[in-house]
Write a protein that binds this ligand. Structure first.
Ligand SMILES: Nc1ncnc2c1ncn2[C@@H]1O[C@H](COP(=O)(O)OP(=O)(O)OP(=O)(O)O)[C@@H](O)[C@H]1O
Ligand SMILES: [Mg+2]
Length: 385
């Protein structure tokens, strides 16, 4: 039995805060994620009151767990430290919390829906690069797409929002941590003309995976609101792979103008791509198109092309779903080597054949942003898997 957000909130009416206010009326709750026997959300309070709220967290979790149909309930308590109260060591001021009960940086808070959706001042369009499953080349595509957009004369930023495996520091060879400005705002890093931030700068490596989902909202809000992005035409967001609760929350919380779906040509990956498209449809984000990555094998020695994965699946799928097809990127050693060495092909071999492929994809994305996809919701999708 599926549990709804309304049922979760209703169950929380019986849970009182330390001053007796019913929990849903305290303004401390994040977006509630519910469904498929699960309910989770976070409570954000002032660090000084953290202890008093621990019992509330427990009772909230019990209340949700007691709902019929709920198998697992997870309520995270995040403590916010007021600006000025935290010691000013840069590494501490940018790390939200190694554990959910630890102190969050100055100003970090769970965003009620709406706050994060306001848009980021100075940023014209935010687009997500997403995939239904991991390892399909989403981050590689995001970086080269961002560089492609930049080479078309746009001012471009890239946000690594892959909370489970941030990879931009590696793909762009970033070793330094962002500096703080005035102790509360973060200065992004500039690389190859892109303005770059990674959620990896905020989440400690040892943070257990299970806590990363509930941390998504506060970390994202911080990345969007407390970073000096400056004026950007496009911000490309590298999303975490998959279509689970954390991904859905992200798609809901970021004011996205559109989404680019990356898929490999295999049927299995396409089923995942379909799920990805359906997820954006649920949150009314237009799908700008599908990129087929590792589309065909290009022999580095002789240049011969082999369709080892049965190339063309994503194009057919895009047609079937009525979603634009943005292009095919070959499986090529140079792309992998350059990508993994922090030397993305579009920046380091701008005249090479791969850069041309990515620039063409970027041009289609730019046209989609100007054109028909920008104003409409994603097409109707029937999920068969
Ligand atoms: N077109 C390509 N040709 C060759 N190698 C590629 C190509 N695209 C991606 N790769 C390589 O495949 C691996 C996975 O790519 P990437 O990290 O971009 O995937 P991802 O979908 O972001 O993965 P994750 O789900 O772990 O975030 C990397 O080693 C990357 O260099
Ligand atoms: Mg990735």
């Amino acid at each position: 039995m599926a549990v709804t957000k309304e049922q979760v909130l209703a169950s929380l009416n019986g849970v009182a805060s330390p001053d007796g206010t019913p929990l849903p009326r305290t303004g401390t709750l994040s977006e509630v994620v519910a469904g498929d026997g699960k309910g989770f959300f976070s409570i954000t309070v002032d660090a000084a009151e953290g202890k008093a709220w621990e019992g509330v967290r427990k009772r909230a979790e019990e209340a949700v767990r007691a709902l019929p149909g709920v198998q697992s309930a997870l309520v995270a308590l995040t403590a916010e430290r007021r600006a000025g109260a935290a010691p000013a060591r840069p590494s501490q001021s940018v790390a939200p919390q190694a554990a959910p009960h630890g102190p969050a940086p100055a100003g970090a808070r769970a965003a009620p829906r709406g706050e994060a959706m306001l848009g980021v001042p100075g940023v014209e369009a935010i687009i997500a690069v997403a995939s239904g499953k991991g390892g399909v080349g989403k981050s590689t595509t995001a970086v080269n797409l961002a560089l492609g957009l930049s080479s078309l004369g746009l001012k471009v930023g890239i946000l690594d929002a892959d909370i489970y495996g941030p990879s931009l520091p590696k793909l762009l060879a970033i070793k330094e941590k962002p500096q703080t400005i005035g102790g509360t705002r973060l200065k992004p890093i500039t690389r190859y003309g892109l303005t770059v931030m990674s959620i990896g700068f905020l989440i400690e490596e040892e943070t257990p995976m299970i806590w990363r989902g509930p941390m998504v909202i506060s970390a994202l809000t911080q990345m969007l609101r407390e970073v000096e992005w400056g004026a950007l035409d496009v911000m490309v967001v590298d999303m975490p792979p998959g279509t689970g609760d954390a991904q859905l929350t992200m798609a809901q919380q970021v004011p996205l103008k559109g989404a680019v779906i990356v898929s490999t040509p295999q049927d299995l990956a396409l089923i995942d791509a379909r799920r990805g498209i359906a997820m954006f449809k649920r949150v009314n984000v237009p799908v700008l198109g599908i990129v087929e990555n590792m589309s065909y094998f290009l022999c580095p020695e002789c240049g011969t092309r082999s369709d080892i994965f049965g190339h063309g699946g994503a194009r057919r799928e895009a047609e079937r779903l009525g979603v634009p097809f943005l292009g095919e990127v070959p499986l090529h050693m140079t792309i992998r080597e350059k990508s993994d060495a922090g030397l993305p092909v579009v920046a380091t071999e701008p005249d090479g054949e791969h850069a041309i492929v990515y620039r063409n994809i970027a041009a289609r994305v730019r046209d989609q942003l100007k054109g028909p996809a920008a104003g409409r919701a994603a097409p109707k999708i029937v999920i068969e898997a």
